[in-house]
Write a protein that binds this ligand. Structure first.
Ligand code: F6R
Length: 364
């Protein structure tokens, strides 16, 4: 059942190239995207004043990437909310709001309640989910399925990367309807998206490097994941993975914000994972990494293969295959999943069933 892998989590991490490929199947043309279960006309998209993304945990981290992409590409304002907060906020939504709920299981009580609240307030609801026929899939107006296949490990991996792909597809779909993306840009994006399954495999091929890095985390108590823009969103997911399966305290921080207080916590005892894929802010991120190095923190850097100079600023670098900035999260998270996995194994934790957690949270 584990296909020769020691744990479901490792199996599912390795299924990502296949899951990404399946999630793209039949959805890309040379010019745009086709979403079979989404029935939004361009006129309908144009009457939305804003987008509201609602989800829990890992799925909410996919939502943060979705916000960045939809704002960038479709020029629509996007809010992201945690489902358990959304309901009690008296959210400002109406029939001019597109609500996007993201849920692997499609059964998370908070997310389902948020979906119902959105409907009650008159919003249109698109669901991004991995389970056909789940409550969320049945109740939403439109569905974008992630074809990750069953996810057994409590810690979400392939569901997250396919949710990110769902955000890419939705972002392209909305941009097309709004007419906000030049044809050359969408063609370049689509060509780059097609490369992702192969590139995800290239990242997985570096597994042994990550396994080695993980050994230095055995006795660690606190860590920071830092980055800017989309790297910050991925940092949150990397920190959550490490916390939930290795029980090491991990905090994700916007790299430029550290100096406003949190830098006080950085010592040689707090390893830092520095994410630096976003080209527009690369130099700025490197400066922030130097700030933590100056406090003697050990830093593992993550960047594109072309940024060979990064090794001068950090202790170790994991290089990623080159893609467009917008698509980087799908590759960047993979070494972080592997890191959490190998740290968990090295610390003797129950990888697939971490303490206190359930796979599907059906209570509020
Ligand atoms: C973390 C994790 C959880 C889920 C969250 C939402 O690894 O798996 O944070 O992402 O409980 O679950 P779904 O997506 O099923 O609504």
């Amino acid at each position: 059942e584990k296909g020769g892998y020691e744990h479901f989590m490792l199996k599912e991490i390795h299924e990502q190239p296949r899951a990404l490929k399946d999630t793209l199947l039949g959805r890309l043309t040379d010019y745009g995207v086709e979403l079979q279960e989404v029935d939004l006309t361009a006129a309908e998209v144009n009457q939305f004043h804003k987008v509201y993304i609602v989800a829990c945990g890992t799925a909410s981290h996919a939502g943060l990437v979705g916000k960045n992409l939809i704002e960038r590409w479709a020029r629509m304002p996007v809010e992201v909310d945690i489902a358990s907060e959304f309901r009690y906020r008296r959210p400002l939504i109406d029939e001019h709001t597109l609500v996007v709920v993201i849920s692997q299981s499609g059964e998370t009580a908070d997310t389902l309640a948020a979906l119902r609240e959105a409907h009650r307030l008159g919003a249109r609801v698109v669901a991004v989910t991995n389970v056909v026929g789940s409550s969320v899939a049945r109740e939403a107006d439109d569905v974008i399925y992630t074809w990750a296949g069953p996810e057994i490990a409590v810690a979400s991996t392939k569901a997250y990367t396919t949710q990110l792909l769902g955000m890419v597809l939705l972002g392209l779909y909305l941009a097309e309807a709004k007419g906000t993306m030049p044809a050359e840009k969408s063609q370049a994006l689509i060509a780059a998206v097609r490369e992702l399954p192969r590139q995800a495999q290239e990242v997985l091929d570096q597994q042994e490097v990550i396994k080695k890095l993980a050994q230095s985390f055995i006795a660690v108590e606190d860590t920071f994941f830092i980055g800017r823009g989309l790297d910050w969103a991925v940092a949150m997911e990397g920190a959550l993975k490490l916390k939930e399966i290795s029980y090491i305290h991990a905090e994700a921080y916007a790299a430029g914000e550290l100096k406003h207080g949190t830098l006080a916590l950085i010592t040689e005892e707090t390893p830092v994972i520095g994410l630096a894929t976003q080209r527009g802010v690369y130099e700025k991120t490197i400066s922030n990494i130097k700030e933590v190095k100056a406090r003697d923190a050990k830093v593992i850097g993550l960047t594109f293969a072309g940024n060979k100079d990064m090794h001068k600023s950090v202790d170790q670098v994991v290089y990623l295959p080159e893609t467009l900035d917008e698509l980087a999260p799908i590759l960047t998270v993979i070494p972080l999943q592997l890191l959490a996995y190998y740290v968990s194994v090295a610390r003797g934790c129950d990888v697939d069933k971490p303490r206190n957690l359930a796979k599907s949270v059906t209570v509020e």
